[in-house]
Design a protein around this ligand. Structure first.
Ligand code: AMP
Ligand code: GLY
Length: 422
């Protein structure tokens, strides 16, 4: 079977690595891919948001299954475009992907179907939003409605900060049309977890729980990033809590989407806040998480191609998954990220690190220059390792990290620490 993966990050490298292990995958393409995905398949320089270019390529190559990494092509309607050309694709339609594409839609759905989440108000007017802030106590969470590359959420301690956030989004249009509407949401205390499942629109098959590290600095300090590391399993998510998450969040959301005439197929990723042992939804994503996918796929013992094909063909009933030892992913980033950073620095030690047992070095923001791998993004590598327990996985991941270097490499030193007791 011929498979096409869309995207170019660490998540897509992990998908390529895992899908290529399937005996059924005879040819694997990645568009546009990165120097890491090239080790498992053939890169094609078609941008992830070029829906027409990707459809033409899939038709020409007679691709049997397309797997979409990032959210943008999904919200642009790549699944609808492929379906209308009779091409098999794994992911939600444009209407279903609104679950991630519009926070207002997502909140209204959760309230209507009693899915646990923070209370909120929506606004499209600066004055009304500010007078709401004046009459309510903080902290406030101000969110742009649409996609804002992970930057559209502002946590504000004071009334002044909250009013500034509203000004930035609605009046200064910092996120363009994504900020035409905003929501102001209750601030939730607690610990975050990422809960991902694969669904064919009816059956919901959970993946192993994971935890991300969004802040740039150790101790969860500093601005949020796309994710500086992740581990799986997440001890925070006990079997009882997992059952509650499936019964009160994941399955009801898939049922709700069906009832709304937007049947949801693909990855359903719930960003959760666990507070007092109870889960609440912070957001839904309509795709695999990055970097959560890296440790999750290293742990998956089953054939990923079989799983994604079954989801695309609505045959998930009865499917259960098997999970191996714990895994930890440490993201190595360019100094300055999530702000400005330099590109083009040569990376040393990739081969030595990749030779270590139980280690995979997933590429994210890398490029080839004169035959050498160089940095080309904020998040550069996702160094991922298995271990007999989380502590062992952490040690293995950092051993590999210590072999890799470039001028301006940065990484957190405390990835996974939260999961280790004592
Ligand atoms: P989101 O894109 O909605 O997941 O928000 C990005 C990050 O902002 C989350 O991972 C949380 O760290 C934080 N966040 C979002 N909503 C809330 C909330 N209601 N209470 C506390 N933190 C939040
Ligand atoms: N790791 C966060 C995300 O994928 O959105």
């Amino acid at each position: 079977m011929k498979v096409l993966i869309i995207g170019s990050g660490g998540r897509e490298h992990a998908l390529a690595w895992k899908l290529k292990q399937s005996k059924k995958v005879s040819r694997l393409f990645i568009a546009p891919g990165n120097p890491g995905t090239r080790l498992h398949g053939e890169n094609r320089t078609i941008p992830a948001e070029d829906v027409e270019g990707l459809r033409a390529f899939a038709l020409k190559e007679q691709i049997d299954l397309t797997v979409v990494g990032p959210e943008l092509p999904l919200t642009l309607g790549i699944v609808d475009a492929f379906n209308s050309s009779g091409l098999r694709i794994f992911g939600p339609t444009r209407h279903a992907a609104e679950l991630e594409g519009s926070k207002v839609f997502c909140k209204e759905l959760m309230v209507k179907y009693k899915i646990p989440t923070a209370w909120y108000k929506k606004f499209d007017n600066y004055e009304k939003a500010v007078s709401y802030i004046e009459t309510h106590d903080g902290p406030y969470v101000v969110k742009a409605d649409g996609l804002a590359a992970g930057k559209g959420v502002l946590i504000c301690r004071t009334k002044k900060e909250a009013a500034d956030a509203v000004d930035l989004i609605i009046r200064k249009k910092a996120f363009g049309v994504a900020g035409k509407r905003i929501i102001i949401e209750e601030f939730l205390e607690g610990e975050e977890a990422s809960y991902l499942a694969i669904t064919d629109g009816r059956t919901v098959v959970p993946l192993a729980p994971a935890q991300d590290h969004k802040a740039i600095f150790d101790g969860d300090r500093g601005p949020n990033t796309g994710g500086m590391g992740a581990y799986s399993p997440a001890p925070l998510i006990t079997p009882a809590l997992e059952k509650e998450i499936m019964e009160t969040i994941m399955v009801p959301t898939v049922r709700a989407m069906e009832a709304e005439g937007r049947p949801y197929k693909g990855v359903l990723y719930a960003g959760l806040m666990i507070s007092g042992g109870k889960p609440k939804v912070l957001e839904f994503n309509c795709r695999f998480g990055d970097p959560e996918t890296q440790p999750i796929l290293m742990r998956l013992e089953d054939d990923l191609f079989d799983l994604l094909l079954a989801a695309a063909e609505e045959r998930l009933e009865g499917v259960t998954l098997n999970w191996g030892r714990p895994a930890v992913c440490v993201v190595m980033s360019s100094k300055g990220y999530p702000g400005d950073y330099r590109k083009g620095d040569g990376i040393n030690g990739l081969e030595e690190a990749s030779r270590l047992k139980d280690v995979m070095v997933f590429h994210a923001g890398t490029a080839m220059k004169e035959g050498k791998v160089v940095t080309s993004g904020g998040r550069v590598l996702g160094v991922t390792a298995l271990g007999d327990d989380i502590k062992g996985a952490i040690e293995n991941a950092y051993r590999a990290v210590s072999l890799i270097s470039w001028d301006g490499a940065y990484y957190r030193l405390d990835i996974g620490k939260k999961a280790v007791k004592g």
